[in-house]
Every structure is written in C-alpha cells, then in structure tokens.
Write a protein that binds this ligand. Structure first.
Ligand code: FES
Length: 98
C-alpha cells in the first residue's frame, strides 16, 4: 500500500511512497522540495506546512511541538517532515527560512 505526497505551489511532481514510511527516508531519494538536516526533529530544516491530510497524521509529540513553537510560531498545520510517518495522502509546502 502506498500514499501520495503532493507539493502544491512548487514545480515538483507528486510522489507515491510506502504507507507508514518516514518522510525523511523517502523524500531524500525522490525529487522533492523538502530539505533535511538533522532528521531528529531539532534543526527545523525540514519545516513544512501540511495543506491537506493533516487530520490523518499522528499528531506531533511534545518535542516536535516545542520545535514548532520556535521555528513556526503561529503557523497552522506546521510540521517537521522528518517526524512524519505517512498514514494517508497528504499535500505539503516547504516553509523556507527556518
Ligand atoms: S531535519 Fe532537522 S528537524 Fe527535521
């Protein structure tokens, strides 16, 4: 089973990734606008805003929430892509400048 990840507002094509896979592992090997650094939820490089599908994702844990308060205060549906396991079709845009 796989799910679709779309990147609206970018030139990148949607990709189909295995269900349950971590975005930091999968989006590195396909063409995507999302960049990764630490892959552990600390650096904020992978900051994205989920445009659709956010309600089906596992909610951010406390550590991710703390990081989001620093890197994306007030931005609705902001997530760290490296902390997301794919549980549905989603669309996301990269938040730059984190
Ligand atoms: S890659 Fe560093 S927080 Fe996600």
């Amino acid at each position: 089973m796989s799910f679709c990840v779309e990147f609206p507002t970018s030139e990148y094509k949607a990709v189909s990734l295995p269900a349950g896979s971590n975005l930091s592992e999968q989006l590195t090997v396909v063409n995507s606008p999302v960049l990764f650094g630490c892959r552990t939820g600390i650096c904020g490089t992978c900051l994205v805003q989920i445009q659709s599908g956010e309600d089906t994702l596992t909610p951010p844990d406390e550590a991710e929430l703390e990081a989001l308060e620093i890197y994306a205060p007030g931005i609705k549906n902001a997530r760290l892509a490296c902390q997301i396991a794919l549980t549905s079709d989603i669309s996301l845009i990269r938040i730059e400048g984190a």
